[in-house]
Design a protein around this ligand. Structure first.
Ligand code: ATP
Ligand code: MG
Length: 367
């Protein structure tokens, strides 16, 4: 998938604008505070109906404006186009439109516009809570395995049921046993999809990483959320008392994690900031390859402040890998001289200068 047109109204400091990006490389450059990240945020809003900068959406809406709106014309993998629109009002009202129809959930947007974000916060994927890595993992599984979402929804329902029973004990034992069986079935299914996904991701990740940076011995492994040698049913039975004390279920896929280790240490404790950024880039680029392989279209990459924390050699290596993905990429930087050169002559590169919220295209990929 790629965005053929983007229309942005009242997002942060951006003046109303219509962009016709290149289907491949797009570079947004300009001074600090000019609005570069805001453009990426607008695309993110279109793909996920949320911001990556804050959990609250009101700060995204331009001061004194009642609502912000982003429209996009998406070139679909199977041919044809789709028109997406996301609008958010100050009062909290949200509208998602897909081809003229109101959409019920943001998952529909995510399916049409798979986005990968790489920004200066990305190191949290390594350092942060397991939830962040689970979201990364599940994003990948969701985009390659259509059976994942229904299984995940079943798990959430069974888990809510069990946790409520642990706290209040209102359900009779036979009914709860039936819910537990459902929980175990959904868990086994999710575990299988996640395991298969990691098996496919690992070699692509390792190859990508080796092309970016020398980090021999870095390993990626998957923890499913409960003892690998025991059935979940058995684990649940043996930890029932503790679960009741805690008021929620301790073991299961809701506790899964990815582990990145280097020389018997947690990679996040060892790697420099630049190395962490490269590992995260390798993970996200590997995910993009798997989406392409699954023939469900290409991801769109949003890379905020690409040059930060990278030296010349690593910056070039990252650009080369992004280019090889053959996806649409939006890159921001302060100094475009760093990114202007080095692309293959046949790769369409568009340059946009962002200045106090106004965007001017300074190089058209069709020229
Ligand atoms: N709701 C809002 N309404 C109007 N302006 C806003 C709003 N929220 C933020 N701004 C302003 O928008 C401007 C653009 O911010 P943005 O983060 O996009 O800049 P940037 O070009 O990415 O800068 P940097 O190079 O420092 O990362 C900032 O000056 C910010 O103060
Ligand atoms: Mg910025």
């Amino acid at each position: 998938m790629s965005l053929r047109r983007i229309m942005v109204t009242a997002v942060r400091n951006l003046h109303p604008v219509t962009l016709s990006p290149s289907p491949r490389i797009n570079i947004l450059y300009g001074a600090n505070g000019s609005g570069k990240t805001s453009v990426l945020e607008a695309v993110h809003l279109l793909g996920l109906a949320r911001s990556f900068r804050s959990t609250r959406l009101n700060p995204v809406i331009q001061y004194e404006q009642p609502a912000c709106t982003v429209f996009g014309e998406v070139q679909l993998a199977e041919g044809g186009t789709s028109n997406l629109g996301v609008s958010r009002e100050r009062a909290g009202e949200f509208t998602i439109r897909i081809d003229g129809q109101n959409a019920k959930s943001a998952a529909q947007l995510a399916e049409l516009l798979p986005l990968q974000l790489i920004n200066p916060d990305s190191f949290r994927l390594l350092e942060g809570a397991p939830k962040i890595r689970r979201q990364f993992l599940d994003w990948g599984v969701f985009h390659v395995e259509p059976r994942f979402l229904p299984a995940w929804q079943r798990l959430q329902k069974a888990l809510r049921q069990r946790n409520s029973w642990l706290r209040h004990g209102t359900l009779d034992p036979a009914s709860q046993a039936a819910w537990d069986r459902e929980l175990c079935l959904a868990s086994a299914e999710i575990d299988e999809y996640r395991r298969n996904y990691i098996k496919a991701l690992k070699p692509v990740f390792e190859r990508t990483l080796s092309e970016l940076v020398e980090l021999d011995g870095l390993t990626l492994s998957y923890y499913r959320g409960w003892d690998k040698d025991r059935e979940l049913q058995e684990v649940l039975a043996s930890s029932l008392l503790r679960d009741q004390q805690m008021g929620h279920t301790q073991a299961g896929p809701q506790r899964a994690d990815l582990r990145l280790r280097l020389a018997a240490n947690n990679a996040a404790d060892i790697l420099s900031r630049g190395q962490q950024k490269l590992v995260v880039c390798a993970l996200r680029i590997a995910q993009g390859h798997l989406v392409s392989q699954a023939r469900r279209g290409h991801c769109i990459y949003l890379v905020d402040d690409l040059p930060s924390e990278l030296d010349d050699q690593h910056r070039r290596a990252l650009c080369r890998l992004l280019e090889e993905l053959r996806c649409q990429v939006f890159i921001t930087c302060v100094d475009h001289e760093l990114l202007r050169e080095g692309w293959q002559t046949e790769t369409p590169v568009a340059l946009f200068h962002v200045e106090q919220g106004r965007i001017t295209q300074t190089h058209d990929h069709r020229e």
